[in-house]
Design a protein around this ligand. Structure first.
Ligand SMILES: [Zn+2]
Ligand SMILES: [Zn+2]
Length: 180
């Protein structure tokens, strides 16, 4: 079965926010083969690992439980309300360690790509090494050999973890680093 499309989170299976599971969805009551594993902000309890991607994509889960999946306050900039709603209510979020962020570019929210660590930074995201080092030195205030050690210790699953966003309109990619 083809997953619904999420313009602001194009590959939620890659990012780990949606996982294969035989869970019965708390919203539609169907067993659809996938479940959302990211954060759910709602009064209702028991929604963690309980919603299917289709009920997120069509807004029914958000409407039924008055839930959001991305914290509106984490979305950068002054974006049109419809964009904020699309990201917070109809887009799978992702699990950050402490601080959730959602970048904007070209007057639109960026798309979340995936969390990554040193292995990816030495592989498919090699071109982001310079930017990662800049963040470690200037945002996290770690310098010299400790900065290199920090970068090499980054890990997608264990943290510190880098989070990658891509603009939907231009070539800009942005990352931030979060740890426990
Ligand atoms: Zn569902
Ligand atoms: Zn852009």
């Amino acid at each position: 079965m083809q997953l619904p499309s999420f313009p602001y989170h194009p590959d939620p299976v890659l990012s780990g926010s949606i996982v294969p599971a035989e869970t019965v969805c708390a919203c539609c009551g169907q067993r659809r083969g996938y479940v959302y594993a990211g954060p759910v902000y709602a009064e209702e309890e028991g929604l963690d690992d309980a919603l299917c991607p289709w009920c997120i994509a069509d807004g029914s889960a958000s409407e039924r439980f008055d839930a959001t999946f991305v914290d509106e306050d984490a979305i950068e900039g002054e974006l049109p309300e419809e964009v904020v709603q699309a990201v917070s209510r109809r887009t799978p979020g992702y699990n950050a360690w402490q601080q959730e962020r959602w970048f904007a570019c070209c007057e639109d929210a960026m798309a979340f790509v995936e969390p990554f660590g040193a292995a990816e930074l030495q592989g498919k995201y090699m071109r982001l090494q310079g930017e990662a080092m800049m963040l470690i030195v200037h945002e996290l205030g770690i310098s010299g050999g400790a900065a290199t050690r920090f970068m090499n210790s980054m890990d997608r699953a264990k943290g510190p973890t880098a989070y990658l966003f891509a603009c939907r309109h231009c070539d800009t990619m942005r990352i931030y680093i979060d740890s426990l």
